[in-house]
Design a protein around this ligand. Structure first.
Ligand SMILES: *Cc1c(COP(=O)(O)O)cnc(C)c1O
Length: 389
């Protein structure tokens, strides 16, 4: 049968999900080596280079611990190591990932107070301080810097110092898994005690590594709760000698080592600026199409969560993008299912990837009957990128 239109057989698969993100060919090739002996000097060097490279982006006194697990495993390790059963903790629940902190802390028998923030909003310092005033025995506060389900950035640089001013002994534990690198992070300066990041977001490495940086206060507060595989004290001892406590995933370490060369050469400031420029261009493109971003407060620079037209079923649209344009965007989660589309622009996203994501968005919306002139979003996006060039 003769086909209408262009052939999408030639179309490259494109990944715009907020984790996993595309992995550069160079780092894929670095991962293609025979497994090294994990206690060899050679492997230790790669491992240490990863810790040192990552250290650049945490703004912490000590280099982070590298753990073999996805981001959620890193989060769980924090709950396990930094709380004890019966501890009172405060969880900021501004979306699906905030809920994950809450369920984890409950699973570890903490007394969990939840501060619910409407989806699309950022938590306020007043709300946090008033929750802490009601529960003066609170040992730790858990939150996300970027809540990936809503696309909101919660300004930990303002929140953390204000919390610490009144509650210096309380631990502030931040899931920066999707913010990492997209937003600058200065743990020591902002008085954050623990930050989790992961390989499959802005580091453009396959899923499977989590990174946890600890402040001195956090290190002094490692709990005596039973633990084995994720034991921060043991890991820290080993990693300071240049080795992981258990056999690390060497392909991921080599891929990370490769990507960090470029990321470190650019540095945290330039990379956060890059992400800000991409996020702004995406926001302008989306608005030019007559669509709105879902976040009501401070949209993150790591991804854009776009509200879809009322008549448009997001799940069908996403399936259409996959089938016709070979593009993977992320769907809305829970209450946002079918209502939004989440477009990542984190890590090594280049401006041409960004334009491709907009072109595909426009094609798909047109296919679904949204009324606008093709190229409107692209044009706004290009102007924005050009003005920042
Ligand atoms: C991706 C992500 C996670 C981690 O999820 P995993 O699938 O376990 O890697 C956790 N928190 C946030 C905010 C995320 O964006």
């Amino acid at each position: 049968m003769e086909k209408q239109g262009f052939s999408n057989e030639f179309m490259r698969a494109r990944l715009f999900s907020p984790g996993p993100t595309p992995t550069p060919l160079r780092s894929q090739l670095s991962a293609l080596v025979a497994s090294p002996y994990h206690r060899s000097q050679e492997f230790s060097e790669a491992f240490q280079q990863c810790r040192t490279g990552l250290h650049t982006f945490f703004g912490a006194k000590e280099a982070p611990l590298l753990l073999n697990c996805s981001g959620t495993g890193g989060m769980e390790a924090c709950v396990q190591n930094l709380t004890a059963a019966g501890d009172e903790v405060l969880v900021i629940r501004a979306g699906r990932f905030g809920d994950r902190w809450a369920r984890m802390a409950q699973a570890y028998a903490c007394k969990v107070n939840i501060l619910d923030v409407p989806w699309g909003k950022a938590v306020t310092i007043e709300a946090i301080l008033s929750a802490l005033e009601k529960s003066p025995k609170t040992k730790a506060v858990f939150l996300q810097s970027t809540e990936t389900s809503t696309g909101v950035y919660q300004a930990v640089e303002h929140l953390a110092p204000k919390i610490k001013h009144l509650h210096p002994d309380l631990l502030i534990i931040v899931d920066a898994i999707s913010s990492f690198i997209a937003h600058e992070l200065k743990m020591e300066e902002w008085q954050i005690d623990c930050v989790v990041a992961a390989s499959q977001k802005a580091l453009n490495v396959a899923p499977g590594l989590a990174f946890v940086a600890l402040s001195e206060l956090a290190r002094r507060n490692i709990s005596t709760r039973p633990k084995f595989y994720f034991d921060f004290k043991h890991e820290r001892q080993e990693q300071q000698q240049g080795f992981a406590a258990w056999t690390p995933s060497s392909p991921l370490i080599y891929a990370l080592q490769e990507n960090l060369k470029l990321l470190c050469a650019l540095g945290p400031q330039q990379l956060s600026k890059h992400h800000q420029i991409l996020a702004t261009a995406m926001q302008k493109g989306v608005h030019a199409l007559g669509l709105a971003l879902f976040p009501k407060d401070s949209p993150t620079h790591a991804l854009s969560v776009v509200s879809l037209p009322e008549h448009c079923d997001g799940n069908l649209l996403l399936a259409h993008f996959e089938k016709k344009y070979r593009a993977s965007f992320a769907q809305g989660q829970e209450q946002l299912k079918g209502k939004v589309i989440r477009i990542a622009h984190m890590g090594m996203t280049d401006p041409m990837d960004l334009l491709a994501s907009m072109a595909i968005l426009e094609f798909g919306l047109k296919d679904f009957g949204w009324d606008f002139t093709l190229g409107t979003g692209i044009s706004a996006m290009m102007s924005s990128l050009a003005s920042d060039a």
